[in-house]
Design a protein around this ligand. Structure first.
Ligand SMILES: Nc1ncnc2c1ncn2[C@@H]1O[C@H](COP(=O)(O)OP(=O)(O)OP(=O)(O)O)[C@@H](O)[C@H]1O
Ligand SMILES: [Mg+2]
Length: 335
């Protein structure tokens, strides 16, 4: 039985948010995935929303659009590449800092001399536009890899920042959730594509959409590990049980070595009691897997995408840039 069919069979009423806010939520150990209910609805592909919403830029788009090069134009890589780690940046909750982290962490690792690929798997294409790529000038995107058998090398835009290549997303990707349903091996499409790049990059990051549909399932199957950003605000852990359940299902059936790489606290504001309480709760819930580095709420971070550059380039001295550089070092240390 395919993953999709089993998800459909096990589908039941939406109750998770209510369940997360009550009772045993904080008492569960996220690593003891055996604790999780066997019959709960987890990856409800049938009802997966296709999210199409442009985030409103904090300031008007002021970026100089970058030239769109092809993989053949990629600068030669002279350094030795370590073992490739494929990390999905994932949280089905919207606006928690996934795309910001994808851009700014990937760029910070590039600046530290790593070879990094960022795969934009969100139809909103925020990671693509945030890196200064004009989506209206792109003829092939991650959609073509998933559904048109286009080779990933033919979609990669190389050197968007030092050490950083991009697989862009356009609005075409919005159709993928629906179109993938009738395809063979639909959960493995991304894995086959990014897997072919092992040995060519130190890190491959996948920026996931805010849903648990087939695109996210593709990311869960393709990834070695997950990086979960959690925003320091009310209901910070809302939906986390559902995400961990999805991870467990994919781990059981399709990707046995999948695990959490790290949990990242984002938009931290040390002046508020709420932020400090969320930090305590998240650290209590996830334990040592939470990164020591926390990303502060910082206006420069929210301005950088409208200039089409990562924070480390937009304002290297800002608290936000320093935080993402420090996170990059922690990521390298974790191996
Ligand atoms: N540390 C931060 N300080 C200030 N603003 C931030 C920070 N991180 C992210 N933002 C802003 O918050 C908004 C949401 O961030 P982002 O787009 O990265 O979230 P997301 O999880 O990718 O959202 P979605 O679920 O819609 O894909 C953006 O406008 C972004 O600029
Ligand atoms: Mg996003």
């Amino acid at each position: 039985m395919s993953l999709f069919e089993s998800f459909r069979r096990e589908r039941k009423e939406e109750q998770d948010i209510e369940r997360d806010r009550t009772n045993s939520f904080y008492n569960q150990n996220p690593y003891n995935t055996n604790n999780l209910e066997e019959d709960s609805d987890l990856i409800d592909i049938e009802e997966a929303e296709v999210v199409i919403r442009e985030t409103i830029p904090a300031v008007e788009d002021q970026s100089e659009r970058k030239e769109i090069k092809t993989y053949a134009d990629k600068k030669p890589v002279t350094k030795v590449i370590g073992q490739t780690k494929i990390i999905a940046i994932i949280n089905q909750k919207g606006g928690v800092g996934k795309s910001t982290t994808a851009i700014d962490l990937a760029a910070a690792l590039g600046e530290l001399g790593k070879q990094v690929l960022l795969v934009d798997l969100d139809p909103q294409g925020n990671a693509t536009s945030g890196l200064g790529i004009d989506k209206s000038n792109i003829y092939r995107c991650v959609y073509d890899i998933l559904l048109n058998d286009v080779k990933i090398q033919d979609v990669i835009i190389p050197d968007v920042c030092p050490g950083l290549d991009l697989v862009p997303a356009t609005i075409n990707l919005a159709g993928a959730e629906v179109e993938l349903v009738s395809e063979m091996a639909r959960e493995n499409r991304l894995k086959d594509a990014v897997g072919s790049l092992r040995g060519k990059y130190d890190y491959i990051f996948i920026d996931c959409p805010p849903s648990l549909g087939l695109l996210t399932v593709n990311a869960l199957v393709a990834a070695d590990k997950l990086l979960i950003p959690i925003q320091c605000e009310f209901y910070a852990l809302e939906g986390v049980t559902k995400l961990l359940d999805s991870m467990k299902r994919v781990k059981t059936r399709l990707n046995p070595t999948l695990d959490i790489f790290g949990v990242l606290l984002t938009m931290y504001d040390g002046r508020t009691t709420l932020s400090r309480q969320v930090v305590d709760e998240v650290r209590r819930y996830f334990g040592r897997v939470v990164f020591d580095t926390m990303i502060p709420r910082n206006v420069k971070i929210s301005e950088a995408p409208s200039f089409g550059v990562p924070i480390t380039e937009y304002d290297p001295k800002s608290k936000g840039a320093q935080a993402y550089s420090s996170l990059a070092k922690e990521v390298i240390k974790r191996g």
